[in-house]
Structure formats: C-alpha cells, structure tokens
Design a protein around this ligand. Structure first.
Ligand code: GDP
Length: 202
C-alpha cells in the first residue's frame, strides 16, 4: 500500500506567473532539488512509494520545468529541475537558476526543501547556493546523501560528518539509498514534519 494513496501529478510550470495563476498560495509545499543524476527521481519514488510520480517529471519536455504533485489534500511536493547538467549551455543553466531561485525566493507556501546529494560527491557549489537561499528564508532543509549503498559503513559515516560540518543551521543530513532502502523512513518522517502543520499553528 502506498504511503500516499491519493498522490497525483498536478501540473508543470515554466514560469512564476503561470504558477501563481494555476496554483494559488494555499496549503504547504516541499521542494525536492538536486544535481542531475543525483538520484532525485529514485528518492521521490522510494519515499512516496509511487513509481509513476517521479516518472511524470522525467517525461520529455518536463525535465526543465517545476513539476507539482499533490501528496494529500493541501500537501504538495515540487520536483525542481536538476541542475548542473554539463551538456546544456550556460544560458539554459542561467534560465534554470532564475526559475528555481525565483520560486525559492517568492513562493510563500514553500515550507521546506529536500536536497538530494550523491554521497560519493558531497555538496557542490550549486548545492551550497541552494542552502544559502534556504537559510535566508529560514526554511528547513533535509539533505539526503544518496546512493549510500555504494559506500561502506566507515565511508558513509565520514561523508555524513563532513557534510554536517559545512551546513547552515537550517539544514540536516542523513544517509539514503533508494536502491537498498536505507534511510527511507527517516526521510519520509522529515518530509512529513515539514508538510504537516504543527498542532496549533493553523
Ligand atoms: P535524477 O536524475 O536525480 O532524478 O536521478 P535518478 O533517480 O534518475 O538516478 C540516476 C542514476 O542513479 C540512475 O542510474 C539510478 O539507477 C541511480 N541510482 C539512483 N538511486 C540509487 C541508489 O540508491 N543506489 C544506487 N546504487 N544507484 C542509484
């Protein structure tokens, strides 16, 4: 049984005007970000237990868009375009940055981020940029150090400690593997904590 039986793809947007028209600021959104190939789709699938969800974002034409999913009523997941893909031009990269940056800066119902970072690579400059945005807005960030099945225990602990040392106060990190299903529950709990309004807050 899926953890989110009601989960469904809502829409993709290419600009913030379109977003404001299509999805007014209601409910709560958590955005999932990461470098291309970091394992973002696999992480979304593992956490939601809905294989078709992240596949929707990989549909040709949607990879450079913001893809919105409803997990439950008033709770959305936003799959941000993967950044740092070497084969696209600097101009296209700048366009992505503007879209992602604009979204992170202005979207009021955005309550947190999940950042997927390949555990063998560690935090990139782009990841640090994203963390800086989050810190400015005081948004909680859960970093998933992905593909951790490729590391042994000591290597995993080392990268976890190294990553944790570099983080702004808004962020926390954990090891994660979609393939070996490591840290999936922990990641889902972190997501739920961001999406579910704390009792008495609303
Ligand atoms: P995205 O581009 O960030 O959405 O990444 P994908 O989820 O498509 O994964 C990119 C590649 O990494 C694919 O070849 C996946 O099979 C692989 N991958 C993703 N998650 C894991 C994992 O937990 N362990 C291992 N070993 N490989 C993974």
């Amino acid at each position: 049984m899926s953890h989110y039986p009601q989960a469904r793809f809502l829409l993709s947007v290419s600009g913030l005007d379109q977003l404001a028209r299509a999805l007014p600021e209601e409910g709560r959104e958590v955005a999932v970000a990461g470098r291309s190939n970091a394992g973002k789709s696999s992480a979304i699938n593992a956490i939601t237990e809905r294989r078709a969800l992240a596949r929707s974002s990989k549909t040709p034409g949607r990879t450079q868009l913001l893809n919105f999913f409803e997990l439950a009523q008033g709770q959305r997941l936003v799959d941000l375009p993967g950044y740092g893909y070497a084969k696209v031009s600097a101009e296209v990269q700048a366009g992505w940055g503007q879209l992602i940056g604009g979204y992170l800066e202005t979207r009021e119902c955005l309550v947190g981020l999940v950042l997927i970072v390949d555990s063998r690579r560690g935090l990139s400059e782009d990841d640090h940029g994203l963390l800086a945005w989050a810190q400015v807005r005081n948004l909680p960030v859960r970093i998933l150090l992905s593909k951790s099945d490729k590391l042994n225990r000591a290597e995993g602990q080392k990268i976890l400690q190294q990553t944790a040392r570099d983080l702004p106060p808004c962020a926390t990190a954990q090891l994660f593997s979609a393939q070996a299903r490591l840290g999936v529950e922990e990641a889902r709990d972190a997501l739920e904590n961001m999406l579910a309004p704390a009792a008495g807050n609303e």
